[in-house]
Design a protein around this ligand. Structure first.
Ligand SMILES: Cc1ncc(COP(=O)(O)O)c(C=O)c1O
Length: 369
């Protein structure tokens, strides 16, 4: 088979795989799977996936790595951790890899649950890991967002008590797309880390120009930073995520697994290594995300639908201002993904796709107003 055909096939296989299961845990049972292809025009905006990925370099690297998938890849694993560590001047001992960062959020909960207590988080936030945390014996204490849909950091700090084992802070927050400035976060972390583990989820920081908080792990033995290749690197279906923390913390977390760092496959790790070198692609994805988001937000503004300015690859908006239920109306036009994350709330999240996709969303919403 020609290399171009191989690449095309592999890209298509990756696309189908990433769409086969909703990231939030719900199978796509309500959707005809045969419609989930590029050819039918169905627009999928439900799990904040990057519509442009994986990068050209990652696609070639992944295809080539199929041939070495008969071997365990200890060296590649060490190399990937070394390369990730080098981004923030850390060593491979500061990193643990997982099959996506969700797996590692669960791992942190497992460790925190050894001393019974609770985990403190915002409401709403990224909750995929919460049911597992509850099963492990951690109660969840949820703090409502502020009126501007930001994490309420003051209230979170005030809620920490002797039973708090873990504070989960999603910055920028999913589903609202809001972020805090560095100084505010530094103060929050310094305070919260005094008595419990603080897990900062940076899944979306790469979409805007902000430095990772990873350098703060040097000062705080209780601080863990989670990051992923699923978003700006466009590799959600390849499943590569990682944690950064002090080596003692990483060692503790590794000891809870039968085989630490073994989540990502040879294909995924090769893809991640190549993706890190594809700066042109990352810059392209960021620029395209900004353009497509602007098209959507301008459309919402024209339709007088309130929305929260977002630094991420999704937008949170108030469906109450529209004449029809937005999720089902969009779905009837083959646009999937608008949904609610708060009980008794009219606010909805929609992922940002390509500019053409977001133009279509706006066109459909204008048709239905
Ligand atoms: C805030 C946040 N953290 C983590 C994840 C999980 O990403 P993954 O498991 O693909 O690395 C997501 C996915 O949408 C997310 O929104």
């Amino acid at each position: 088979m020609q290399r171009r055909q191989l690449l095309k096939n592999s890209a298509f296989a990756m696309l189908s795989f990433s769409m086969a299961r909703d990231l939030m845990g719900a199978p796509l049972s309500t959707v005809d799977r045969s419609s989930l292809s590029n050819n039918t025009g169905t627009i999928i905006l439900r799990a904040n996936e990057n519509p442009h990925g994986p990068s050209p370099l990652a696609r070639v690297a992944m295809q080539e790595a199929v041939a070495i998938s008969n071997r365990y890849q200890w060296d590649m694993n060490g190399l990937l951790r070394e390369r990730i560590g080098a981004l923030t001047n850390h060593s491979r001992e500061h990193i643990t890899l997982g099959a996506g960062s969700s797996e590692l959020l669960g791992l942190v909960c497992l460790w925190a649950s050894y001393q019974k207590g609770h985990v403190l988080a915002s409401e709403p936030t990224f909750k995929l890991w919460m049911p597992a945390a509850r099963k492990m014996g951690l109660a969840t204490q949820l703090i409502p967002l502020t009126a501007s849909k930001h994490n309420d950091l003051d209230r979170m700090l005030a809620s920490i008590n002797g039973d708090t084992r873990l504070v989960y802070l999603c910055n920028p927050n999913n589903p609202t797309g809001t972020a805090h400035d560095r100084q505010t976060l530094e103060k929050f972390i310094a305070q919260a880390c005094k008595s419990c583990i603080v897990l900062v989820d940076e899944a979306y920081t790469d979409y805007y120009d902000t430095a990772s908080l990873a350098n703060l792990i040097n000062q705080h033995p209780n601080l863990i930073i989670a990051k992923t290749f699923s978003k700006v690197y466009g590799m959600a279906g390849a499943r590569v995520g990682y944690l950064l923390a002090q080596p003692a913390m990483i060692k503790t977390l590794n000891e809870l697994q039968a085989w630490a760092n073994a989540g990502p496959s040879a294909v995924s790790m090769r893809g991640a290594l190549a993706a890190m070198d594809d700066h042109t692609f990352v810059a392209f994805c960021k620029a395209e995300n900004h353009k497509a988001k602007e098209i959507f937000c301008n459309g919402l503004a024209e339709l007088k639908i309130p929305f929260i300015p977002s630094v991420t690859s999704f937008v949170y908006f108030d469906g109450a201002a529209y004449s029809k239920p937005v999720p089902s109306f969009l779905q009837s036009h083959q646009i999937l993904g608008a949904r609610s994350f708060e009980e008794n709330s009219t606010w909805l999240r929609l992922s940002v796709g390509t500019s053409a996709e977001m133009k279509r969303v706006v066109e459909v919403l204008k048709m239905g107003r």
